[in-house]
Ligand binder design. Structure first.
Ligand code: GDP
Ligand code: ZN
Length: 355
């Protein structure tokens, strides 16, 4: 298999140079399940696990491979399996906080160039949620692109388009219907050889239908990396990686109920840059935009150029981020302790077995 069709490009080839002469090969993680990985490389797809050193040296979850990662692996063809020695430096990393109470990171996907945020025009379109997604994507290093799907179910797309301009200035967006095919042609330029695109969005917004359209109905059967898999399942609970007939990689994520912030502080500043610019025009430097005279933010709200919900959401998201960071510090300390214990145990075991 040619690595370029898996998304390999000059960036990774450059990083690979340090592995010259080692008995390691590049592979891309296409699926992850509790530290068991499916990795695709020159010899096709195989099962893989990480070597002990990588595990012992891991300070947190982000030191483990995630879907989208390029890894240096030692293949054992006879066993049809591979050992992952290293993760190549990630070009981009899309993370969220794990669902539930724990303050821990979940990497959704890495090394994507473009993130399509899919929202359906009939029910799902919500600018506040969109702002959250955009903050996370901006932080990841990928380029966000908004797809408003199911246009065939929406008689008036004007309102959504206007809302979008207000919350996503400078971000590309496309109105489309994967059912009728309307607007789909606009997506092709994003998906090229050596590039990777991820689709994000709530369950039911039409991500799979878009992917099927892009692949062509027959193409999916032959090109899905998991095809021919003896397990024969196509569970949507796994993230999946698809190869476009014309080159380029698409990654589907399982429907997300919530995208909790993990590390989106700079991303949020980026997405809400218009507010900072506006705020710099307030008469008082420390203006809280509440009741102060000469407040440019309040003026923008009054004349209708700024929708009040946007600034509320910015504050809310920033608070969520700050709250998380405090909990993360505490959680990190506890985690560190646990890791040292584990390492200590492993070492003791190691010496015992050598006696
Ligand atoms: P996913 O969970 O985001 O992958 O969503 P799916 O692709 O599974 O689509 C969810 C439902 O919406 C399915 O019943 C699709 O047939 C339907 N659907 C997807 N795209 C469109 C569209 O463009 N128009 C209409 N009318 N229905 C669509
Ligand atoms: Zn102000």
């Amino acid at each position: 298999m040619d690595l370029r069709i898996l998304g390999w490009n000059d960036h990774f080839a450059d990083h690979w140079k340090i592995n010259a002469g080692r008995d390691l090969r590049p592979g891309r993680v296409v699926e992850e399940q509790k530290e068991a990985y499916r990795v695709a490389g020159e010899d096709g797809e195989m099962q893989a696990e990480v070597i002990g050193r990588l595990r012992y040296e891991a300070l947190d979850r982000s030191a483990f491979p995630a879907v989208g990662d390029w890894v240096a692996m030692h293949t054992l063809p006879a066993e049809g399996k591979a050992l992952i020695h290293e993760i190549l430096p990630r070009r981009t990393k899309l993370s969220r906080k794990v669902a539930g109470e724990r303050a821990a990171e979940q990497i959704l996907v890495t090394n994507v160039d473009v993130a399509f945020v899919v929202m359906s025009l009939n029910a799902d379109f919500n600018v506040r949620r969109l702002e959250r997604y955009l903050g996370v994507i901006r932080e990841s290093g990928a380029e966000p692109v908004v797809l408003l799907s199911k246009a065939d179910l929406c008689s008036d797309t004007g309102k959504a388009t206007a809302d979008l301009v207000a919350v996503a200035p400078g971000i590309n967006s496309h109105i489309l219907s994967a059912r009728t095919g309307e607007g789909m042609a606009a997506l092709a330029p994003y998906i090229e050889v050596g590039r990777t695109v991820v689709l994000l969005g709530s369950s039911g917004v039409g991500k799979s239908t878009i992917i099927n359209r892009l692949l062509g109905s027959d193409a999916q059967k032959t090109l899905e990396i998991r095809s021919g898999d003896e397990r024969g399942r196509h569970a949507t609970t796994y993230r999946r990686l698809f190869l476009m007939p014309s080159g380029g990689v698409l990654i589907d994520t399982p429907g997300m109920r919530e995208l909790q912030l993990w590390d989106a502080d700079r991303g949020l500043d980026d997405v809400f840059e218009d507010l900072a610019i506006l705020g710099s025009k307030c008469r008082f430097r420390d203006c809280q935009h509440q009741t102060e005279p000469g407040c440019a933010v309040l003026e923008a709200i009054a004349d209708g150029t700024l929708e009040p919900g946007r600034i509320d959401n910015f504050k809310k998201l920033k608070r969520e981020q700050q709250f998380l960071e405090r909990r993360r510090d505490a959680a990190a300390q506890a985690e560190q302790k646990k890791l040292w214990k584990r390492r200590h145990r492993a070492l003791r075991h190691h010496y015992k077995s050598q006696r």
